[in-house]
Design a binder for this molecule. Structure first.
Ligand code: PLP
Length: 359
């Protein structure tokens, strides 16, 4: 996907070197403006990565030690780590396994006097059930944060993610739908005072050099990465449309294959297909078979956060019952998808999958 952009990247790199302004310059300012426009929000701030984006939001919203934050049980561990970094406790809730997004009906049982926020992850490219989540949050006076690291441009009720809650965190890790040539992240919000606070927090708690109003972080999106993202953002809508085309081809070709669970998109939601995740009890066998036919697949994620070493002690103290999450982790498989894949490739993969299940 980068071959066609290489010349532009190199020209921009020279330009940034010649300007010799590497931090908080024009490229970042432009990117923040363009990405806010893309998401349909008032404000965007470039930060160092997606994890920092979540941590900064939680800090700016005043989350602190002992607070509880509801998170999906089946997310990339960064969602949980952000909560832990501000001293709060991640409280996992299992998803609706037809969409893999957090099940709003299961959130209520986890709310108590210590609950302060919900992080809604738009997993695999599909926006979570934001209307139901925001309604529960309003009833219990909770904050809502979008983890949009996998869903740049995805829509819910026609509106793009990033502006569907108090604030949203994006990642530009190279493998995401919009990726930098290194690490990067962003925060979007429509709240002007939250924006001003975050702007300081990402820059040592400072808005004026050497005046430090708060104990901030150093978490900025640098000029080179912002420049590369400005080039790539122009192609994002085309890339998302291509992913949709590939997803349609998978759905059409794999329809009716027994023992295989295909991804479902909720009524209000429009996915940008960060991943195309199927589910089968014969996952490991299928993965091996596809590898033998030169088809690479991945697993998102093989070890759910509550089973990882990082959360062993919390798992004991909270005695989680997340058996469905644990079962799904043994059955999910991500098929090839992205701007570098063709519809012919997808048809080849589908033939191989059908051959496997015929055996
Ligand atoms: C990638 C990802 C993150 C973290 O982003 P980084 O830029 O890698 O720090 C957070 N949440 C989810 C759901 C992700 O997929």
């Amino acid at each position: 996907m980068h071959g066609a952009l290489r010349k532009q990247f190199l020209e921009k790199t020279s330009e940034v070197i010649d300007k010799s302004n590497f931090i908080l310059g024009d490229e970042l300012e432009n990117f923040e403006k363009y990405f806010a426009h893309f998401c349909g929000v008032k404000f965007c701030l470039g930060v160092a990565n997606g994890l920092d984006a979540l941590v900064l939001i939680l800090r700016a919203l005043g989350l602190q030690a002992g607070d509880e934050v509801i998170v999906p049980s089946n997310t990339f561990i960064a969602t949980w780590l952000a909560v832990s970094q501000v001293g709060a406790i991640p409280i996992p809730v299992e998803p609706d396994f037809s969409t893999y997004n957090i099940d709003p009906d299961k959130i209520k049982a986890k709310i108590n006097s210590r609950t302060k926020a919900i992080i809604a992850v738009h997993l695999y490219g599909q926006v979570a059930e934001m209307t139901a989540i925001n309604k529960i949050a309003a009833e219990h006076n909770l904050l809502v944060i979008e983890d949009a690291a996998q869903s740049h441009g995805a829509r819910y009720d026609g509106r793009r993610c990033g502006g569907l809650a108090h604030a949203a965190a994006f990642s530009f890790y190279p493998g995401k739908n919009l990726g930098a040539l290194g690490d990067g992240g962003a925060i979007t919000t429509n709240d002007p005072s939250l924006f001003e606070k975050l702007k300081k927090l990402r820059n040592y708690g400072s808005s004026q050099k050497y005046h430090h109003d708060e104990q901030g972080m150093n978490s900025r999106l640098d000029e080179l990465q912002a420049a590369y993202l400005n080039i790539k953002l122009e192609h994002l809508s085309d890339w998302s449309a291509h992913r949709q085309l590939l997803a349609n081809a998978y759905l059409k070709n794999l329809e009716g294959v027994r023992e295989l669970h295909l991804p479902q998109i909720a009524r209000n939601s429009e996915s940008v297909w960060h991943l195309f995740v199927i589910r089968t009890q014969r996952r490991d066998e299928l993965q091996k078979y596809l590898q033998s036919r030169s088809i690479a697949t991945l697993i998102h994620y093989p070890i759910p956060p509550h089973e990882s070493g990082a959360y062993k002690s919390l798992a004991v103290s909270q005695s989680y019952n997340l058996s469905e999450t644990s079962a799904a982790a043994k059955e999910v498989l991500s098929l090839p998808i992205g701007p570098h894949i063709s519809v012919d490739d997808v048809e080849y993969v589908c033939l191989a999958i059908k051959d496997f299940f015929k055996k």
